[in-house]
Design a protein around this ligand. Sequence first.
Ligand code: BG6
Length: 519
Amino acid sequence: MTDNPFRAGLETERTPQPCVFVIFGASGDLTRRKLIPALYNLAVSRLLPPGMTILGFALTESSEDQFRANMREAVAQFSRRKPIDEAVWADFASRLHYVSGKFEVPESYQRLLAKLEKLDKTNGTRGNRIYYLAIPPSAFRAVNDNLSAGGLVSNDADRYTRIIIEKPFGRDLASANALNADLHRVFTESQIFRIDHYLGKETVQNLVALRFGNTIFEPLWNRNHIDHVQVTVAEDIGVEGRGKFYEEAGASRDIVQNHLLQLLMVTAMEPPVAFTADEVRDEKVKVLRALKPILGDDVARLTVRGQYAPGHFAGKPAPAYREEPNVSPTSNVETFVAMRLEIDNWRFAGVPIYIRAGKRLAKRTTEISVHFKHVPHALLKHDRLAATPGETSDGSRVEPDVLAIRIQPDEGIGLRFVAKVPGPTMTLRPVTMDFRYGSTFGGSGPEAYERLILDALLGDPTLFARADEVSAAWRFMTPILEAWEKSPPAGYPNYAAGTWGPAAASDLIERDGRAWRRL
Ligand code: BG6
C-alpha cells in the first residue's frame, strides 16, 4: 500500500520497458523547466524501469558531467519535490548522457546512433527509443528526415521507436497537414505522440471521471438543462521573455487552438465505448467536427481579440505587450481571445459556449463552468435584486445553478445552487458545495509532464492529440485567423494589463443577456 493516493494504481499497473529517451533541444528551457524535473519525479515515484536512460542532444558543446550538473540545477529549481533526494539523484544522474550535434547535419545522427548502440549494450535498453522534439518547429523536418535516413527508426515487434512532438503543431490547416504528412513518411500514427500538456493535468482527467464515473451529472449534461458553458484560460503573466515566439503565435495559436479546444473536447464529448486511445479520441474529434464554423461576417460578430496596454501586476507597473523584449512596437499580435461557439450536435445544439484566454489578465485561473437553466417558474424569492430578465414578481431573481470545474490553481469542483436563508421568509441565496483536491487528497499530484512522459513510455497515446484531431482544430481556427489577418485590429492595445480583457469581450456575452463568471 502506498500512502500517496496519487501513486495508487500507477505503481502496480504500469511498468514501462527500458528505453533511451532522447531529448532534442536538451539545452533549452523546456528541458530544464519541465522534462528533466518530470523524469526525476518519475524516478522518485519509482515509475521508471531499471536501465531507463536519458540522452540529451543539442548544439551546445558540453561534457556529460557538465550536462548532469546543469540538470541538477534544473531539478533543484523546478522539481515539485524539494529538496533533492540524493540517493534517487545519484542513480538518476548516472542515467543521464549527452551528445552534441546539429539537427540538420546527417553526421550528427551517426554519432547519435553510435551512442545509442553503446547505451543499449551497457544499459539493456534493447533498441527501444523515444525521441522528444523540444525544438523549434522549423527544425522538425530536418530531425524527422535525418532520423529516417540515418536508420534510427524501427517498429519491429521486439523494439520500438516513438516520437513526441511539442506544440506548435503547424500554424494553420495546410502547415499542420504538411507536418503530419512528413511524419507519416517515417512513423506510423501509433508511434507519434503529439503532446498537449493540458491533457496531462489531473483536473482535466478528473473531468472524465466526473462525467463518466458518476450517474448524477450526465443526465443533465445536454441542451435540455444547460443554458451555456464558459471556458476561461486566464494567465496573469505576460510573455515572459518569449516575445519572439509569441509574435509568431499570439493567444489563438499558443492557447486556443490546442489547450482550450482540448478542454472543450473533454467537456463536450460523448461517452466513449471504452477508455482506450482510439475510442476516446474518436469521440473528442467529433466535437471539433461539430463546431459550427465561424466564417465571413460572423468572425467580427462572434470573436474578439485584444492586446494588453501598460497596467499593473502584483501591485507593480507592468509594461504593454508592445514594450516587451523582441516584440515589435507596432505589433498587431493578439494576447487575448474570446469567442462565442456553438456545437451543432444532438446534445449541445443551441447551447452557446463562451471561451476566453489571455495573458496579463487579472488573475491566473483556468475554469470550465456549466451554467444550468433558470427554474421554469420563479416561485420563490431571491434575496438580491437583479434587473435582468426572468425575475420573480417582486423583481428578484433566482440564480441558476452552476457547476464550476477549477482546472488550476485551487484545483477542485464547486456546485453552486440556491438555499433558503435562515429566517421567517422563504428567501433564497446561492451557496456552494465544494470539492478541493488539496484538502481531500493532500500533497501535490503529479505534474502533467510526468503523466504524459509515463504514458509515452508505456506506448499509450490516449492523452495525446491524434493527427485528425489536430487537423480538425486547425480547420476550425484557420478561417478566423485568415479573416483577422485581412482586417488588422483597430485600437490596439485595448485592455490594461491586470484587467479582464477588452470591453468587447464583455459585450460578446452580455448582448446574449449573460455575463462572464467573476473569478
Ligand atoms: C504553454 C504556452 O503551452 O502553456 C504558454 O506556450 C502558457 O504561453 C502555458 O503560459 C500555460 O500552461 P499552464 O500549465 O501554466 O497553464
